[in-house]
Design a protein around this ligand. Structure first.
Ligand code: DX5
Ligand code: ZN
Length: 218
């Protein structure tokens, strides 16, 4: 299956957001990754449904909302109304699979996100209920961090687990992905590669996305 590149808007220039979105869309981005942070689950605050609905007006790309928030069940409806197509919630803040069922009933692709210190054996029971697993390759909270190399083995372990459980969820990887490590991460088994600073802080956004796609798929 073709690997997807998901620019993370966190590193975009929000003073010219529409242009930033058009640039990545025209360059071949497959979806837009939107980082929602609440200042509680992570020590940073970013944006909410209000901005997601503005982004929705600028693009036809699927909007992938990564909720780094406590009590996600309280807010998911607002993100759906704003135009989210994919919503991931963190394993660290949910007790059971109820939220996944609610979202799937509304035709939203649901993701389970996990921080680097969350082992796969603690989330195995959630896997049959999700469309994708978001492996954080940095600790959630900020863009521009360095890829944690142990994430590559975690991706490979998750691929094995997926095969063992005969499931078909996608594997999304998020944090520190740049041109120089995108092949390693894709070859380990990532299906969706999120990149914020690696794309938006590069000299030529279009060329970067195109070569990321090539490297991920070669
Ligand atoms: C971090 C966010 C990431 C971040 C990635 O908490 O979830 O999506 O924007 O940014 P880079 O690619 O710069 O590490
Ligand atoms: Zn993210």
């Amino acid at each position: 299956m073709t690997k997807k590149i998901a620019p993370s808007l966190l590193s975009a220039d929000f003073s010219t957001l529409k242009t930033e979105i058009e640039t990545v869309e025209n360059a071949g981005a497959d979806l837009l990754h939107i980082d929602v942070m609440d200042g509680h689950f992570v020590p940073n605050i970013t944006l909410g449904p209000f901005i997601v609905s503005a982004v929705r007006k600028c693009t036809k790309l699927p909007l992938d909302c990564h909720l780094m928030i406590e009590n996600p069940e309280k807010y998911v409806d607002a993100f759906i109304k704003a135009g989210a197509n994919m919503i991931s919630v963190h394993a660290e803040v949910i007790q059971d699979e109820k939220i996944f069922k609610t979202l799937r009933n509304q035709n939203i692709k649901v993701g389970l996100a996990l921080n680097p210190d969350k082992p796969l054996n603690q989330i195995e029971h959630f896997l049959p209920h999700v469309d994708y697993v978001l492996i954080m390759s940095v600790f959630a909270g900020f863009g521009g961090q360095v890829y944690l190399s142990k994430s590559t083995q975690k991706i490979k372990d998750l691929v094995r687990l997926r095969r063992k459980q005969k499931l078909s969820f996608e594997i999304e990887v998020d944090g520190g992905i740049k041109l120089d490590n995108v092949s390693e991460i894709a070859h380990a088994g990532a299906d969706i590669l999120v990149s914020g600073s690696g794309i938006f802080k590069s000299k030529d956004v279009k060329a970067t996305i195109q070569s990321m796609k090539e490297k991920a798929n070669e």
